[in-house]
Design a protein around this ligand. Structure first.
Ligand code: GYE
Length: 328
């Protein structure tokens, strides 16, 4: 029996004696803590591709410290193979809980099965996987990306309801094969179908990165003289695109309506400055909820299959109001 498990039992007995009530005993200890009694959480992060990701990493690191959880953090640099390697390392180190934000949706079954066979519970954060076997992970914590895309599309439908001719839209997609790129595209397309004047004339991945957003927008502008709207799957690609639009002699927010997702500080600033027109929020502050869940699954408690973060949307006026208090 590991030191940690012994301690858990001793602590549980003490609770029973002191409180005079029944205490549940942690059951799935694999002893990766080195005996100091802390839960060890192995976390594989996607990378550092955007302002959202930076805020998400900060939230997770701060929340782990706050919760007294030992965090083993790995940055996969947006590569699935790196994430698989990190997860295998966590299994080898016998961490108590594994959490990760899967860069793409497909191709996780084998490694998730390995974690399950090792008796280590897995929590998905931020992005989902498409595994048919839902017992390969305990829960998903994150956003409804289809809804975000839909809210972005519905705003545009409302803004263009009096348009008499075609409204040409270009779309900067997130990382190819990722849940937020797939789902935001789907939600947006479904919403704009309400008005046949709204047409996506070009759609390409900018990998959720500023530099790629700029480069792809340059191509869009060269190939399409008449762009009315840009829908970018995150703020960073929209911010990169601003440079391309300005360099092409157009005024962002006026000549081209810009809709993005995330609502990180730089995006909110662009919105307040009138360069963006609308943002659907996606919260990166998942750390505290993740730590709660890690404690619960480590203790063998039941957790809901899906936990969604609460989110809103911002117009230019709302961004001006919210900006002074924006933490990230
Ligand atoms: O919108 C984007 C980031 O998975 C929700 O990833 C996240 C997305 C976020 O790179 O900025």
């Amino acid at each position: 029996m590991s030191t940690r498990r012994t301690r858990t039992i001793v602590a549980a007995l003490a609770t029973v004696l002191l409180a005079g009530s029944m205490a549940a005993c942690g059951n799935s200890d694999t002893g990766g803590d080195g005996g100091d009694g802390k839960i060890v959480l192995g976390f594989s992060q996607v990378g550092a591709e955007s302002g959202w990701r930076t805020a998400n990493t900060t939230s997770i690191k701060e929340a782990a410290t706050e919760a007294g959880i030992e965090l083993k953090f790995d940055d996969a640099q947006q590569k699935q193979e790196n994430q698989i390697k990190a997860i295998r390392n966590f299994i080898q180190q016998k961490v108590d809980v594994i959490a990760f934000s899967p860069v793409v949706e497909s191709g996780w079954d084998t490694v998730l099965k390995e974690a399950k066979d090792a008796g280590i519970p897995v929590i998905l954060t931020d992005r989902a996987v498409d595994s048919a076997d839902k017992t390969l992970y305990k829960t998903f914590l994150g956003s409804d990306f289809v809804k975000e895309g839909r809210l972005a599309g519905e705003w545009l439908v409302e803004q263009t309801k009096t348009a008499t001719g075609p409204v040409n839209i270009v779309e900067l997609q997130g990382t190819t094969g990722s849940a937020p790129a797939n789902d935001r595209k789907e939600g947006f397309a479904a919403a704009i179908a309400a008005n046949p004047n709204l047409k996506i004339v070009a759609s390409q991945s900018g990998d959720f990165k500023r530099a790629d957003g700029k480069q792809v927008m340059e191509q869009f502008l060269k190939a399409n003289p008449d762009i009315d709207v840009l829908f970018a799957h995150n703020d960073d690609m929209g911010l990169g695109a601003l440079e391309a639009i300005t360099a092409a002699g157009k005024v962002p927010g006026k000549d081209i309506t810009i809709i993005t997702i995330d609502a990180v500080k730089d995006g909110m600033q662009a919105l307040a400055d009138g360069k963006f027109n609308f943002i659907a929020e996606c919260s990166p502050l998942l750390g505290p909820q993740l730590m709660e869940l890690a404690k619960k699954v480590d203790a063998g408690e039941e957790v809901p299959a899906r936990i969604e973060t609460e989110e809103t949307t911002f117009t230019q006026e709302q961004a001006k109001e919210a900006l002074p208090n924006r933490k990230y």
